[in-house]
Design a protein around this ligand. Structure first.
Ligand code: LLP
Length: 425
């Protein structure tokens, strides 16, 4: 459930008409609903809490899904931790009020500087993805006299997810080490006085709508846990990653947090481990929309109708990258039969196409629309291609709203480049 709904023919976010924001802030613009973020977090947390096997589970919001400080601050106040994959994300989480003891540092290519930074601030856990990373971490920890908590990220050779490009758990993908390697690295880490290996981690993909691959992957992690314990190693944490799908409204709703929690609980039952979860999309996706304005409608003699928007693939990359579906809703739907539109942006690329032959209520130049389910992997993946400025971000909380990242000015855009002295005026 989210807090974007039509009231008297106008699309609202909580107590604010989205038109008001579009008029005052301009378009394109991202809008987030605080109530929806709070609700999604609570539903996820309560689903875990209902499973005794998941008692004490730790939730680390995947900052990559939405790293706006305001979004992180809302989740921080609910007690959420953060799953981070760069120094920038760690810094954002800290700045938003998530303490280091609640920050997990994941990622396939952490630099030495980033690992040193994570050690310096004392993050909760480092999820190590390869032997070279383990050796580097050991050396850096020894040099600082630190003994970081870590988990070994396993690639369970089970891929899942809404698109091949967002699958991470297949054997050939770059993430984590094989089960066999994991046992060897675990032994290595356990024997290292500078490392405190706590457990295993996995994350097999994103937008997962069928829970069976997750059950299988968790089962492999549980088997490895028993094996390691039988060899005398301590395993007291399992990081089960993120990946649960969010509804995008073009197919049946994916299983909810309850069903997901049951699957996780069944896998860890009897192991007496502290489970960590790293949800991103399921918390943030339906808590955000991208507002856009219709520039014009370009009707071709062959009957094709292009709805040309002021938002482009640089603002919302998902359709161009993964052929993702985003529901498109007019902010004030006009009466009349739906028409088929090819919905495109202004960027000079054929792939700047959000939807083909999409049936929408009739639209006119100047009308406003919202791309739904854009709160996760939306603004964070935006870029300035075609020298387009990044879309601003707005947070609504009840009847209040605030710009939580302003649109850069053209001066900001230009001032970032430097002419070398020999080309200067
Ligand atoms: N943990 C790790 C280690 C991850 O790599 C990810 C996402 C998550 C947690 C959060 O997964 P979620 O709960 O959000 O599915 N840009 C793509 C999604 C890429 C996800 C990458 N990893 C998209 O727009 O669909």
């Amino acid at each position: 459930m989210n807090h974007f709904d039509l009231r008297d023919g106008r699309l609202f976010c909580e107590g604010v008409a989205l038109e008001t924001i579009a008029e005052e802030v301009g378009t394109p613009a991202y809008v987030y609903s605080a109530a929806t973020l709070r609700r999604h977090y609570a539903v996820f947390r309560d689903a875990l809490a209902a499973e005794p096997a998941l008692a004490g589970a730790f939730i680390a919001f995947a900052v990559k899904a939405n790293s706006n400080q305001a979004v992180l601050a809302i989740l921080a106040r609910l007690g959420a931790g953060a799953d981070t994959v760069s120094e920038g994300e760690i810094r954002r989480a800290l700045a938003a009020g998530i303490p280091a003891e609640r920050i997990v540092f994941s990622g396939v290519g952490k630099s030495q500087a980033e690992l040193a930074f994570a050690l310096g601030v004392g993050v909760r856990e480092i999820n190590v993805e390869s032997e070279p990373e383990l050796l580097t971490l050991s050396r850096l920890a020894a040099a600082r006299g630190a003994r970081p908590d870590l988990a070994i990220r396993v690639n369970p050779d089970i891929g899942a997810g809404g698109h091949a490009k967002i699958t991470t758990g297949a054997g050939e993908s770059k993430f984590g080490v094989s089960l066999r390697e994991a046992a060897r690295l675990y032994a290595l880490a356990s024997a290292d006085p500078h490392l405190n290996v706590r457990g295993l981690a996995c994350h097999i993909g994103s937008q997962i709508t069928d829970l069976s691959p997750l059950a299988a992957a968790y089962g492999r992690l549980a088997d490895l846990t028993r094996e390691l314990r039988a060899s005398g190693y301590r395993v007291d944490r399992l990081d089960l990653g993120g990946g649960l799908g969010a509804p995008y409204f073009n197919s049946p709703d994916p299983p909810g947090p309850d069903a997901f929690a049951r699957v996780a609980a069944a896998a860890v039952k009897g192991l007496d481990v502290e489970a960590t979860f790293e949800p991103g999309r399921v918390i943030a996706a339906n808590a955000g929309v991208l507002l856009a304005r219709v520039e014009h409608i370009h009707a071709r003699p062959d009957g094709r109708r292009f709805l040309v928007l002021d938002a482009g693939m640089n603002d919302l990359m998902r359709p161009a990258l993964y052929e993702s579906f985003h529901d498109i809703r007019p902010l004030a739907p006009r009466p009349g039969p739906a028409l088929a539109y090819d919905v495109v942006g202004p960027v000079c690329e054929t792939t700047d196409t959000f939807a083909k032959s999409r049936l929408l209520a009739p639209l006119e130049a100047g009308d406003l629309v919202a791309f739904m389910t854009a709160g996760a992997y939306g603004a964070v993946m935006a870029n300035e291609y075609n020298s387009r400025r990044l879309a601003p971000e707005v947070l609504v909380d009840g009847a209040r709203w605030a710009v939580v990242r302003p649109r850069p000015t053209y001066d900001d855009l230009i001032a970032r480049d430097r002419l070398p002295p020999w080309l200067g005026a």
